[in-house]
Design a protein around this ligand. Structure first.
Ligand code: IPM
Ligand code: MN
Length: 367
């Protein structure tokens, strides 16, 4: 199969982790005779420095002309004093809008080998498999009007959703739940916010179309607690943009590190793939970053844009194997296991494990 992938490595650790993800995609392409082509473009702080804007038109054009977009991270402290619309993050929000994907899928798995990494006890995290479905194009991130009026000392943002915006992402969440453990938890703040009441009512209306899926509603504040106390109770978690940002980050505690979390954004013109972690400027360029979030994001590219489910699973299995062997970047080094590999070495280990498993498969097929 052929796949045109736009690479937006971005800022901080973005380039170093994305490089490892691309290497993994190349192994899959070579082994399966697929033609994956990669085009690099600028976004975020590096784009501001080079072009004066966090999202140059040429980047938008390249992305819209691709089958998938793989993004590293954006954000650079150099630009902290700029208004939100000028900052590196504005480029990320704009590319999300341009590509149109509204359903951001953020899986959270408890890796057995990392069970000692989480501050949560292993018996709490064991077997956790949650899929967050975060609405990505609405709510406070994009609602108008918005302003910080320095004269009056007032600032405001607008949380706004239409019923159809809720419906389209809810349908995706229900369909994903049908393929999993058939439970959907919708998270809101319906005791205070009208927007949340709209979400709750809309999900309740739609659920009659999915009689095999059990629906529950949780308030976001208590959800933050349940997620730490009883994470195994959750299957698909559907929520609006800001709550989804916060809860999915929090779920990094279950996986052992934010550096382990991948994401895929679907439903628009071109799917957008980005690890959940940020640009981590404090460790950028030092070989300390964990590339596994980006590599697992590459697995999501294979699953959702290339329809290569077996290959996606093989990448995930290679990650699991490397962790089981005890290889650790600093974010997942804890207790008795010190950091023992660099970003590049971790990428290479997954690369080798994947190549070996592909070789094994191919020799099995040959007999
Ligand atoms: C994320 C990030 C972004 C978000 C930032 C960098 C704008 O935190 O993808 O989770 O808030 O969506
Ligand atoms: Mn976030």
């Amino acid at each position: 199969m052929k796949l045109k992938i736009a690479i937006l490595a971005g800022d901080g650790i973005g380039p170093e982790v994305t490089r490892e993800a691309v290497n993994i995609l190349n192994v899959v392409a070579e082994a399966g005779g697929h033609e994956f082509t990669f085009t690099e473009s600028l976004i975020g702080g590096v784009a501001i420095t080079a072009n004066g804007t966090p999202l140059p038109q040429s980047t938008i054009d390249t992305c819209l002309d691709s089958d998938a977009v793989l993004l590293g991270a954006v954000g650079d402290n150099k630009f902290n004093s700029l208004t939100p619309d000028k900052r590196p993050e504005a480029g990320l929000l704009q590319i999300r809008q341009e590509l149109g994907g509204f359903a951001n899928l953020r899986p959270c798995l408890a890796f057995e080998a990392l069970s000692e990494n989480s501050p949560l006890r292993p018996e709490v995290t064991k077997g956790v498999d949650i899929l967050f479905v975060r609405e990505l194009l609405g709510g406070l991130y994009f609602g108008q009007p918005r302003e910080w009026n320095k004269q009056t000392g007032e600032a405001f943002n607008t949380m706004r959703y239409s019923k159809s915006e809720v419906e389209r992402v809810a349908h995706i969440a229900f369909q994903l739940a049908q393929k999993r453990r058939k439970k959907l938890t919708q998270v809101d703040k319906a005791n205070v916010l009208e927007c949340s009441q709209l979400w709750r009512a809309t999900v309740d209306e739609i659920k009659t179309q999915y009689p095999d899926v059990t629906v529950e509603h949780q308030l976001v504040d208590s959800m933050a607690i349940h997620l730490m106390n009883t994470p195994r109770n959750f299957d698909v978690v559907l929520t609006e943009n800001l709550f989804g940002d916060i809860l999915s980050d929090e779920s990094g505690v279950i996986s052992g590190s934010l550096g382990m979390l991948p994401s895929a954004t679907i439903g628009g013109k071109v799917n957008l793939y980005e690890p959940v972690h940020g640009s981590a400027p404090d460790i950028a360029g030092q070989g300390k970053a964990n590339p596994l979030g980006a590599i697992l994001t590459a697995a999501m590219v294979l699953r959702h844009s290339a329809n290569l489910e077996q290959e996606a699973k093989a990448v995930e299995a290679a990650v699991t194997k490397v962790l089981a062997e005890g290889h650790r970047t600093s974010d997942i080094a804890r207790g008795n296991t010190a950091a023992n590999v660099t970003t590049q070495q971790m990428g290479k280990l997954v690369h080798n494990a994947l190549a070996e498993s592909i070789d094994r498969q191919q020799s099995l097929h040959a007999v």
